[in-house]
Design a binder for this molecule. Structure first.
Ligand code: ATP
Ligand code: MG
Length: 571
């Protein structure tokens, strides 16, 4: 297979450095950057904030925040003081090392003070996306036996406090709070709290974050990460995000999802960057305006957002001065080649795909800056990560064979366990030390990895294995197609046939001619056997709140099956 590769974006590290690192790099070299090298103990919040607050970065802006009428910024020193104060508020709610502290509120500086404050006490933070409804909130607080919840009076409506016996205190962030029963007033107590704190120094294997997964393939599971993960957050912030001291960085993910913590909190702050947080909902104007106003230089977002920006038209982006933008990255879903080419056209930048998941805790397979991008490929494993395509017995497969994307155990940010479900944790591993991701991919002869779909989504049609991603990517190249989700539909003759669900762009209406035109487009552009036999139009495709197409819901619609856990589905 021949694919055009785009030119490289320069980073601090050149290809030679990387190639050498593949041979010589060892994660223990990175540990020397952290306190445990000397004391044997560590705290990720100290490393992310206090260390810089006690250095030449003291008065550097750590956090820029904007949402509606709030427009604020905080230096590293201010972040240190405010997270210490938040920790002291949490102490008044009896938070101790190992307790689960859940945070359920919209992105705001208070959210970040609280996350850092809880970690400074050695607590395990469970971030919940603000759009969760009552059932989803209850499930997670119950499964984790959360002791303290920090939320807003508005979101409190969705918290069945009386049905959660383990929940001892609810800290409310808002106006005119009455302190009675389990309720405490965050702002009042924060104001009165001391900014002195004795940090809880922990072991590297002590809990840091409890993230429930996106729920694309089934019921979300509680993935526990420990302080050790910071080693990978730190190193990938340098290698992959390419962050330097004069960068202004914006990660668009909410901390309710792993990208919003690993690379919305730890990565950027561990390396001392300035971090932009924009609240509120997605809107092309707000987003472009934020890129321009803050002079964002490094930007980490997701395919669904890029596709929506693309849909907003190229005239819009031209109205903004985005000349400072030098490095763009993507995660969460396959990045269509079409989107990469669009990025080159409008941003004069390649969008760098990165592949990882809640369970891996940090980036694993990436297009790092000095690597040539092959549009449609996720890139290569970073040094210190060994990935391979294995068969169902755990044997490595040669290039171009589709199989299980697996990673050799031993990268620092690997999940520590699945909360309350050790059996599920163990089920990820094959032949002891292969972590099997659940994604299907192949590798080319240069070692680039190409995503094909979730293992369960791979389609077997007339004896051919077809990855849904390739078909979807071809479909979105068609001018009428805004989004596409592809599934295998059982068929007595062919085993499965390919069925596509399509949301059309504005200005197009469904017709038999259009269906035929789209089919021919895939047939000519990809392969005859990959062209959908059935096409169904929908106004919207079912997506998770983090923007992933839920193929299991498409399949359930098609087969009239129960749709399963929908707690993470968009409205
Ligand atoms: P659940 O595990 O609950 O079904 P999920 O897998 O969507 O949900 P996440 O951990 O947030 O939850 O997402 C990880 C998955 O996202 C990966 O397994 C992969 O399928 C997809 N993904 C992430 N990055 C990429 C990428 N660069 N290219 C293709 N797919 C990606
Ligand atoms: Mg998953």
């Amino acid at each position: 297979m021949k694919v055009e590769a785009l030119p490289v974006t320069k980073g601090d590290y050149n290809l030679q450095d990387y190639n050498q690192a593949y041979e010589t790099f060892d994660w223990s070299q990175v540990e020397k950057e952290f306190s445990w090298y000397e004391t044997g103990k560590v705290n990720a919040a100290y490393e992310a904030i206090d260390k810089h607050a006690n250095s030449f970065r003291k008065n550097k802006v750590a956090l820029y925040y904007r949402d509606g009428n709030r427009d604020e910024k905080y230096t590293y020193k201010e972040m240190k003081d405010l997270s210490n104060k938040a920790a002291n508020v949490l102490k008044q709610a009896d938070v101790e090392k190992g307790d689960r502290v859940f945070i359920f509120m919209p992105r705001s500086p208070e959210l970040y003070f609280s996350v850092l404050g809880a970690i400074k006490l050695g607590a395990i933070v469970g971030p919940l996306f603000e759009a969760f409804m009552e059932g989803a909130v209850k499930d997670r607080l119950e499964d984790s036996d959360a002791k303290v919840l920090i939320t807003t009076p508005e979101l409190l409506q969705r918290v069945p406090v009386d049905e959660l016996p383990a929940l001892k205190h609810v800290i409310l962030v808002g106006e005119n709070i009455t302190e009675e029963g389990p309720f405490l007033d965050f702002h009042k107590r924060l104001e009165e709290a001391s900014k002195d704190l004795r940090i809880e120094w922990v072991e590297r294997t002590d809990g840091l974050l409890l993230h429930y997964t996106s729920g694309s393939t089934g019921k979300p599971k509680g993935v526990l990460h420990v302080h050790n993960a910071m080693i990978q957050h730190y190193q990938t912030a340098k290698w992959v995000l390419d962050l330097k001291d004069d960068d202004v960085y914006w990660c668009t993910a909410d901390p309710g999802w792993v990208t919003g913590t690993s690379y919305g909190i730890f990565g950027p702050w561990l390396v001392g960057a300035s971090n932009v947080i924009i609240g509120g909902r997605f809107s092309p104007d707000t987003w472009y305006q934020a890129l321009e106003d803050y002079g964002v230089t490094v930007w980490y977002s997701a395919p669904t957002a890029f596709r929506m920006l693309m849909g907003a038209g190229d005239d819009l982006v031209k109205k903004y001065d985005l000349s400072g933008l030098r490095h763009i990255l993507s995660v969460g879903e396959p990045l269509n080649p079409e989107v990469v080419r669009w990025g080159v056209k409008v941003f004069n930048n390649r969008i760098h795909d990165t592949w990882w998941m809640t369970e891996t805790g940090g980036q694993t397979i990436c297009n790092y800056p000095c690597l040539e991008v092959k549009p449609g490929s996720m890139g290569k494993p970073i040094p210190g990560v060994k990935a391979a395509i294995v068969d169902d017995q755990g044997n490595e497969l040669p290039p171009y064979r589709m199989g299980n994307l697996a990673i050799k155990k031993g990268w620092p940010s690997m999940m520590y366990t699945i909360w309350n479900n050790q059996e599920k944790y163990e089920s990820y591993f094959m032949q002891g030390d292969w972590y099997v991701s659940g994604d299907s991919a192949y590798m080319d002869e240069e070692g680039y990895f190409w995503f094909q779909g979730r293992i369960d989504d791979v389609i077997m049609t007339a004896g051919e294995r077809v990855g849904p991603f390739e078909v979807e990517s071809k479909l979105v190249e068609h001018p009428a197609v805004a989004e596409a989700g592809v599934i295998g539909k059982p068929d007595p003759v062919r085993g499965e046939i390919i069925k596509a669900f399509i949301a059309l762009r504005d200005g197009y209406t469904e017709s038999d001619e259009l269906i035929e035109d789209i089919r021919q487009f895939v047939k000519k552009g990809l392969a005859a056997h990959a062209a959908p036999r059935e096409i169904e139009f929908r106004d919207k495709l079912p997506k998770t709140r983090s923007g992933k197409i839920m193929r299991r819901v498409l399949k359930a619609w098609e087969l009239d099956l129960p749709t399963g856990d929908l707690s993470t589905m968009e409205d």
